[in-house]
Design a protein around this ligand. Structure first.
Ligand code: HEC
Length: 109
């Protein structure tokens, strides 16, 4: 059991690291470097501000939900990434979002 865990963790880190690169290339302009929704483009979007990806609402979503949001988009201001990012790349981005969200929690939580 412990062995499996030790083997899985580095793999998760590696995926999150790949997800970071994808996030920086495709998502930062709207969602901001920290994922808090304060990217440079946000204020210019007319209808809907980019979501704060660290918020409780987003944290509470399942991996599947996040995957589908990223795949299909939400609103016309949040484009779908199907055909741009591969399924594996979307999985990596979801892992990176989890890493960002847990890094933003106050110590002790
Ligand atoms: C052009 C700006 C833009 C880009 C680029 C963009 N987003 Fe978004 N995103 C938005 C907006 C605006 C919303 C809020 C949509 C709504 O709630 O109507 C959103 C919502 C989301 C949500 C849903 C949050 C929630 O819990 O409701 C996720 C997850 C998300 N974006 C992830 C990403 C990822 C990952 C990328 C990069 C692959 C990305 N976004 C790129 C604008 C953008």
């Amino acid at each position: 059991m412990n062995l499996c865990f030790a083997m899985l963790v580095p793999e998760t880190y590696a995926s999150a690291e790949k997800g970071k690169v994808i996030f920086e290339e495709n998502c930062v302009e709207c969602h901001g470097e920290r994922g808090d929704g304060r990217g440079a483009v946000g204020p210019y979007l007319e209808e809907q501000r980019p979501a704060d990806l660290l918020a409780e609402k987003t944290r509470a979503r399942s991996n599947k939900e996040l995957f589908e949001i990223i795949q299909y988009g939400v609103h016309f201001e949040m484009p779908g990434w199907e055909g741009v990012l591969s399924d594996q790349e979307i999985v990596n981005v979801v892992k990176y979002l989890r890493a960002l969200a847990s890094a933003s929690l106050p110590a002790g939580e």
